[in-house]
Design a binder for this molecule. Sequence first.
Ligand SMILES: NC(=O)c1ccc[n+]([C@@H]2O[C@H](COP(=O)([O-])OP(=O)(O)OC[C@H]3O[C@@H](n4cnc5c(N)ncnc54)[C@H](OP(=O)(O)O)[C@@H]3O)[C@@H](O)[C@H]2O)c1
Length: 227
Amino acid sequence: MSSSSTENIEVSSGGNISVEDSKRKVILVTGGSGLVGHGIRAVVERENKLDDETYIFLSSQDADLRDYQQTRALFEKYHPTHVIHLAAYVGGLYKNLAEPANFYNYNISINQNIVQLSHEFKVQKLVSCLSTCIFPDKTSYPIDETMIHNGPPHPSNFAYAYAKRMLDVQNKAYNVQYGCKFTSIIPTNVYGPHDNFHLEESHVIPGLIHRFFLAKQNGQDMTIWSV
Ligand SMILES: NC(=O)c1ccc[n+]([C@@H]2O[C@H](COP(=O)([O-])OP(=O)(O)OC[C@H]3O[C@@H](n4cnc5c(N)ncnc54)[C@H](OP(=O)(O)O)[C@@H]3O)[C@@H](O)[C@H]2O)c1
């Protein structure tokens, strides 16, 4: 779980950000307390961000992004010029099978709020995260971004997949109607420090790492499911 909002926020000027400063770049990173958010934060710190850039790394303690008013309050506080949207209700196979309604509703709400508010606050660029697991279950390889909507996703994570696919639809709709520069990237398996290593709720690679660790520690064999 995340740390407090104060620890998650880097604001060079301190406190609220003045909307008058037209040269500033305020980059709001939703999901900043997660695996990918920590990765971006490490790169920003290592590469020495530019003087006119302020990165703000958010967690769910700063606002529940499913809630429009809480999300709007964040935009009013920071007036972001750019948004990197990582926050999502995520989980492994078990969780996807058990909670499809939550996966659909939570992600649709989070994404709707971020996209709409990015439009309302004239964000110059919004980059959101999709996922390779949203591609059609039956497809040809190699896959590319033109193939996202070419058939149903795998039934195990259909609700998460359709919610994520709608982000691609929203990006296009806001571009056509308002000229917004909203786009998305599609990472494959991501793993590393700050990952979720929970034995039942993690993604495949951190789950395997944890099982290998336990098997080695206990001198036992381990079993891997295959389909
Ligand atoms: N990990 C992968 O292998 C992978 C692969 C492809 C795509 N992606 C995508 O990449 C993005 C980042 O993934 P990740 O692995 O870094 O996720 P993660 O480690 O599970 O982090 C999820 C982040 O979302 C935040 N969050 C969740 N619900 C929220 C809510 N209602 N309001 C505000 N914040 C909320 C969490 O905040 P708290 O820390 O406060 O809970 C956390 O910062 C996601 O969009 C995911 O779909 C990930």
